[in-house]
Design a protein around this ligand. Structure first.
Ligand SMILES: [Mg+2]
Length: 398
């Protein structure tokens, strides 16, 4: 029996969404390099990515963007953030909900399997699946289509699309309710809950592709605020969630511009959020938006699934460490919502320290990584095309 029947009823099968298939171009590049390097033993996934990066550079040099070298940097930023995020998620999955006290006795330092969700090592969770679903929608639509993004979230939840091992596990309560409302016929932007208790980190955890889209489309502040608010409201429609997503966006965009983590932190401190958000919501972020925030001790940092706690914990871990590995290990050992805090921290640390800083021993363990990488490659192509096409439908619609 189809999972659609199990989760949503028969109507959903009839709607049968069209999935983006495996990227054949990418597959050809991988097999080409595999055959060229066939004499080498145990070609690592990291090697394959270097091959793909080289191939992409060659293609770019022959392309309409000839002469503009920034595309390689763009690709690196997109790759670094998404792989950094996914590795952080997979690292945190086995110890999700584990207390800080237990992790202090037995800290997690390597990618392991099983634990709370009983899944193999290298399995990413709902955070990465919903991020990949968003990327796939942008690739397919070359635009932001909220209803299509929600359809693809349903594809993940009901039919295990975008998962690491073909099994869906882990879904937040607000997200689950929103998907049910969408299935029942509400339009995408009406589905997210707007109560005080609808401020889990469920919209923050899937926001990265939207941040990248905004950055590479050079959206102005008003356009970006609308995009971020709408994206959050698919599942989390309260202003606290929307503001948390905006602060994360501002921080990540500073890193994408090549700023240091201290400069990125200063950028969010110097921003006047009161132009677009109420004082009531800003008050929740008062501690984060304070110069003394990095000086807080770990005992003062909460690591719950409340969006304010998650954002604080992730930025604090980034500000108080100096490598990708240390940042995500510190994030996960805070305990509780380990996968999401690991993922959010990993997205920022990936940009800051680069792909090379993400341990190969972790990347090599990721499940379904060829699919992950093929989607990153297609997403990069989509964003770069949008960036260089001033007359794109996406830009006209904004
Ligand atoms: Mg998760």
């Amino acid at each position: 029996m189809s999972n659609y029947v199990r989760c949503f009823g028969t109507e959903f099968i009839i709607k049968s969404f069209i999935f983006g298939g495996y990227d054949m171009t990418n597959k050809k590049i991988i097999s080409k390099y595999k055959s060229e390097k066939s004499e080498e033993k145990n070609l690592s996934f990291k090697d394959l990515i270097y091959c793909l990066k080289n191939e992409k550079t060659n293609l770019l040099n022959q392309s309409q963007y000839n002469g503009n070298k920034s595309e390689t940097k763009d690709f690196n930023n997109i790759l670094n953030s998404i792989v950094g995020f996914t590795v952080g998620d997979a690292l945190g999955v086995p110890v999700e909900f584990k207390s800080r006290q237990k992790l202090e006795i037995n800290p997690l330092k390597e990618m392991i399997g099983y634990g709370f969700h009983k899944v193999p090592e290298g399995t990413w969770s709902d955070d990465s699946s919903m991020m990949l679903a968003t990327m796939d929608s942008i690739i397919e639509k070359k635009d932001i289509d909220y209803n299509d993004i929600m359809k693809k979230f349903c594809d993940w939840y009901a039919d295990s699309k975008y998962t690491a091992t073909g099994i869906t596990f882990d879904i937040g309560i607000s997200t689950s309710k929103a998907l049910q409302k969408f299935y029942n016929g509400l339009s995408a932007l009406e589905c997210g809950g707007n109560g005080e208790y609808d401020n889990g980190n469920g919209s923050l955890m899937r926001l990265l592709p939207i941040v990248l889209y905004s950055f590479y489309n050079n959206l102005n502040e008003e356009q970006e605020i609308e995009l971020i608010s709408n994206s959050s409201s698919l599942t989390h429609n309260h202003e606290i969630s929307k503001l948390g997503c905006k602060i994360y966006t501002d921080f990540v965009k500073s890193l994408l511009k090549g700023q240091t983590k201290a400069q990125a932190f200063n950028d969010i401190l110097s921003k006047d959020y009161s132009e677009h958000y109420s004082n009531g919501s800003i008050n929740y972020y008062k501690r984060l938006l304070n110069i003394k925030f990095p000086e807080l001790s770990s005992s003062e940092i909460n690591s719950s699934g409340f969006i304010v706690d998650t954002l604080e914990a992730s930025i604090w871990c980034l500000l108080t460490t100096s490598s990708y590995e240390n940042a995500v290990v510190k994030a996960i050992n805070l305990g509780n919502d380990t996968d999401t805090i690991g993922a959010i921290t990993g997205s920022m640390a990936g940009i800051l320290y680069g792909y090379e800083s993400i341990p190969e021993r972790w990347i090599s363990k990721l499940k379904n990584k060829e699919y992950l990488f093929s989607l990153i490659n297609k997403f990069d192509e989509t964003l770069i095309n949008l960036k260089y096409n001033e007359n794109s439908d996406a830009k006209k619609n904004l």
